[in-house]
Design a protein around this ligand. Structure first.
Ligand code: PLP
Length: 476
């Protein structure tokens, strides 16, 4: 009898201890959130929104999943802002960075160099479009854009074309958020308020396949809309040093996809007018479109290509602006001629980031990551279309590689969008978070841009959750 009573007592104690633990944990989490909100100004956020949706404290990541401090899992189907390429805490990248960490964390990159940077350039130049051989390192995507713009401007200045001072770019382009990058960008959400600070761009109306003015579809399109660019080249070609473009997918514009033939025409026009083509492959590079680079779909080489995001697998901030021997030679002279490219970032060529990037290239190659992702891509697109296309508010589903975007509209017949004040995309996003999927939208465009290792089972799960959330917000 007394033995049994002791047992019961013990079980009771254990339970109390458990309860105490969860209580402590929830107090700890609440404290963390409170301290976060006392200090941290989160990116791309109206901080007042955080009153209703407090920041989620993430403790660890494995594969495609993130886990918060309570152990709740979130499927990272947006690759943590498009940078995570091979899953979180990838064993091989972890190993490479740890090994590098014990040798060298950082070194001044002027006059000094190191194995990881050299190996990275050797490896990348084997897979880059033809002619891209010279690497300028920066530490984030926007700064690579700035470097590319300065490089093009200066090249023309010191090779006898000082009148070429302006830049051309597409409407709704996104190239980052520093002042130069914002200038070439065309998404008002990010740039409107800063217009007085920005340089004047020759803006070209971007292709809009969803609402094609020429009544073409993918099968019979010959990029008729390129005539807008042609006109601008005729008018301003002589005063323009470079055309900045996101090849094939205008990401922040809502994953707007246009065909490779547009890029071919753009390459030809740039050649005709002695304008550099700068390909911003920060989002599209590294297999996101089904090929290593989006430019590969069109078989073109840009004069400068910017890479970041996937380059380190999403491990470390790093970017490169890669260019040709021709441009490089425009700067190569005796010091006294003042032709050097005096561009620098303290963390240029950081060895830890380079070591991650070297390993990423090896994994892509050894594990046939892009080929295998391409095998699964049609399945992903099919289940998304099967499940979602019939919904009354799904206007279009567009896809390239594993990227799939779902444009929500109020009126499907006239393809009329929702009032942005309703924040329909944001409402869907919040529902999905409750259900453990990160579906951070672009306006009312919900999209999947998962790590390339996503499995078919994971695809089925996230599509199911997406449908549930759309129904909960907008009805059947
Ligand atoms: C993310 C992005 C950038 C900016 O990169 P940051 O590292 O965020 O500065 C530029 N261009 C494109 C196409 C991007 O997707």
């Amino acid at each position: 009898m007394s033995v049994k009573k002791n047992d019961e007592q013990q079980i009771c104690n254990e339970k109390l201890k458990e309860l105490k633990k969860t209580q402590d944990k929830s107090i700890e989490v609440r404290n963390l959130v409170e301290m976060d909100l006392n200090h941290i100004w989160h990116p791309c956020s109206q901080m007042k929104d955080y009153e209703e949706l407090p920041p989620i404290v993430i403790e660890k990541g494995r594969g495609i999943n993130l886990y918060d401090v309570n152990g709740k899992a979130y499927v990272d189907v947006v690759s943590s802002w498009w940078c995570n390429l091979l899953g979180h805490c990838n064993e091989r990248i972890n190993g490479a960075v740890k090994k590098q960490l014990d040798n060298l964390e950082h070194v001044i990159f002027a006059n000094f160099t190191h194995r990881p940077a050299i190996e990275l350039c050797e490896g990348l130049s084997k897979v880059l479009p033809r002619g891209l051989t010279r690497f300028c390192f920066t530490d984030n995507g926007s700064s690579a854009i700035e470097a590319a713009m300065k490089m093009s401007f200066q090249y023309h200045y010191q090779t006898g074309n000082p009148q070429k001072k302006r830049f051309m770019a597409l409407s709704d382009a996104y190239h980052g958020e520093t002042v130069g990058a914002l200038s070439v960008g065309g998404v008002d959400l990010y740039s409107q308020i800063y217009k007085p600070m920005l340089m004047e761009i020759v803006r070209v109306e971007a292709p809009d396949c969803f609402r094609c003015k020429y009544g073409k579809c993918r099968e019979n399109c010959n990029a008729e809309c390129f005539e807008a660019a042609e006109k601008s080249f005729e008018e301003f070609g002589n005063e323009v040093c470079a055309f900045m473009v996101e090849p094939l997918i205008q990401g922040a514009a809502g994953m707007r996809i246009y065909p490779p033939v547009y890029l071919k025409k753009l390459r030809a026009a740039c050649d005709e007018y002695n304008v550099h083509l700068i390909a911003d492959e920060i989002a599209t590079g590294y297999g996101r479109t089904g090929k290593m680079f989006a430019c590969d779909h069109a078989g073109i080489s840009p004069d400068i290509m910017c890479l970041s995001k996937g380059i380190t697998g999403g491990y470390m901030p790093m970017a490169v602006a890669v260019t040709t021997d021709e441009i490089y030679k425009g700067f190569y002279a005796d010091y006294s001629e003042g032709k050097a490219f005096m561009h620098s970032h303290t963390y240029s060529g950081n060895p830890l980031a380079c070591s991650a990037a070297v390993e990423v290239l090896k994994i892509l190659n050894d594990e046939k990551i892009i080929e295998r992702a391409n095998e699964r891509a049609p399945f992903f697109n099919k289940i998304i279309k099967d499940k979602l296309l019939n919904h009354k508010n799904v206007g279009e589903i567009r896809s390239l590689g594993l990227i799939n975007a779902i444009e929500l509209v109020e009126d499907k017949e006239y393809m009329k969008g929702f009032d942005s004040k309703r924040r329909v995309g944001y409402e869907v996003y919040k529902k999905a978070l409750e259900k453990g999927v990160v579906l951070r939208p672009l306006g009312d465009v919900i999209y999947f841009n998962p790590p390339l290792i996503i499995t078919e089972k994971e695809m089925e799960h996230v599509v199911e959750v997406c449908l549930e959330c759309i129904i909960e917000v907008l009805g059947e």
